[in-house]
Write a protein that binds this ligand. Structure first.
Ligand code: BG6
Length: 489
């Protein structure tokens, strides 16, 4: 855990991600004294002076974090390069600046190339970085990239091949910011460090697992991107599949990135493949209509900016995944995610099997099953539902909750995720980044669904009002198996 030293080149430094996540996270790392030496070169097309750029960095840090006197020293580490991604000359100048800054801050030739921009430029940029010698560094070189990593398996593969001509797999850090979330990192710990859960974590004791990630936000200004993506590619291919993998993988033999990732890969390989005919049996899609959120009327998806008036893009997905291995055969993993739902909440509910026989009376003559709820956000913690005796009666039981709530952070935990992931990338810890094999397998699974959905318009769209828990077909999906989405917060 030594403190890292690095030059971070952020491509797309005037963009939303840099402003909202990267600058505030770097500030947190800086003020927590987690960094040895560092400097940033912000790279973007817009003509800015370094002073103007530093002011922008300051503004964004002040918007998203609490700042003190250290902000001035912090922004002095930031430099700016006005860049044309296709011009060789621009890379030559960038190289000169990088070498000057490397000497000035004694950065040991360690270099992180952070591509916080549209993926269509990934290939060009990495190619130029190599041709113009920017990747000839004395220390390490690492590439950090953001999703979307392709739009299907084929495009992801082409993109991967392009960047692999310049960077080795172990030098590529593919961000999935869910892997930086505190409670997502806790999944493996809850499973593998508790004698109470580990022996039960299989198809003999678990009835089903439900993963929900709901948002109240709509598509905001991202209509153009979202129209071609939809909830399936935006959320399921990456975040939801990663959570399934962490919940279902076998115990790794050690905590090295290689061991953990190879267990995740094995798990993704055991997902039951679907034929095109089966897609609509296992998966449900939705799109929001106008509705009310926090007391305000919000428009339908089809009325959002840069969205087609007859759009067939899904803003909600629910699905049932089956894992065909010894541990999980027969246990459904239900997932659901959507925009403009009734609440912002990410959680996992593990439902244990019913007792073989019910000796007790409870409302509706049914014992509530034991549930383990892992709250990921906005609340962070664990809830365990148990049955105990109702006091004063003899055989009547009631369901009680054992709750562990993590200390709330003063703002939502997303910046924290970036903070951890940025630090990991500087330290060279790839555990919480996705390996190409994981990306490839999850695309292959998702592709079958998106191919079917592309071919057939969903005539029921829009099929859920903004501010609701999603389309009714999602309830039917579980009801078919005799289950319900547990409404536990
Ligand atoms: C991103 C998606 O990956 O995750 C967004 O592109 C979504 O559409 C976001 O809003 C959700 O992240 P979080 O951390 O708020 O759950």
């Amino acid at each position: 855990n030594t403190k890292p030293t690095a030059l971070i080149m952020i491509f797309g430094a005037t963009g939303d991600l840099a402003k909202r996540k990267l600058f505030p996270s770097l500030y947190q790392l800086y003020t927590k004294n987690k960094l040895q030496n560092f400097a940033v070169i912000g790279i973007a097309r817009r003509p800015l002076t370094t002073e103007q750029f530093q002011e922008n960095v300051k503004d964004s840090v002040m918007t998203f974090a609490n700042v003190d006197y250290r902000i001035e020293a912090f922004i002095s580490h930031f430099h700016y390069h006005c860049h044309d991604v296709t011009s060789s000359q621009s890379y030559i100048e960038l190289k000169q600046l990088a070498s000057q800054i490397n000497n000035q801050y004694k950065l040991k030739g360690n270099c992180i190339f952070y591509l916080a921009m549209a993926p269509e430029f990934f290939g060009t940029i990495t190619n130029q970085l190599k041709t113009q010698g920017l990747t000839n560094v004395e220390g390490y070189k690492r590439l950090v990239i953001e999703k979307p990593f392709g739009t299907n398996f084929e495009t992801a593969k082409a993109l991967n091949e392009q960047i692999r001509t310049v960077f080795q797999e172990e030098e590529i850090y593919r961000i999935d910011h869910y892997l930086g979330k505190e409670m997502v990192q806790n999944i493996a710990v809850i499973r593998f460090s508790n004698a109470l859960f580990e022996p039960l974590w299989n198809n003999r004791y678990i009835s089903n697992i439900q993963i929900t990630s709901s948002e109240t936000l709509g598509v905001e200004e991202r209509g153009r991107y979202y129209e071609n993506s939809g909830a399936l590619r935006d959320m399921v291919q990456n975040h939801m599949m990663q959570m399934v993998a962490l919940l279902a993988m076998e115990p790794p033999i050690s905590l090295t990135p290689e061991e953990i990732r190879s267990e995740k890969v094995r798990l993704l390989r055991s997902l039951r493949p679907m034929s095109q005919e089966e897609v609509n049996t296992y998966f449900v899609r939705g799109q929001y209509a106008q509705g009310i959120i926090h007391g305000e009327t919000v428009p339908a998806y089809r009325e959002e900016a840069n969205v087609s008036i007859d759009s067939n893009t899904e803003t909600y997905v629910a699905g049932k995944l089956m894992i065909d291995n010894f541990r999980w055969f027969g246990v459904p993993f239900y997932i659901q995610t959507g925009k403009r739902m009734d609440r912002k909440s990410t959680k996992i509910v593990v439902q244990f099997k019913d007792m073989p026989m019910n000796l007790y009376y409870q409302a509706e003559h049914k014992l509530t099953p034991n549930l383990l709820v892992i709250h990921i956000q906005p609340k962070e913690g664990i809830t365990l539902l148990l049955n105990v005796k109702k006091s004063g009666t003899t055989t009547e039981t009631k369901s009680v909750r054992l709750q562990l709530a993590n200390e709330g952070t003063d703002y939502i935990n997303t910046p924290e995720a970036y903070e951890k992931l940025l630090l990991d990338s500087m330290r060279g810890d790839a555990t919480n980044f996705t390996h190409w094999d994981e990306v490839a397998l999850s695309w292959k699974f998702i592709d079958t669904i998106s191919e079917v959905w592309k071919k057939t318009n969903d005539e029921s769209f829009p099929n859920y009002p903004a501010g609701s828990p999603g389309p009714s077909a999602a309830d039917a999906l579980l009801a078919h198996d005799g289950h319900i989405w547990w409404p536990i917060e």
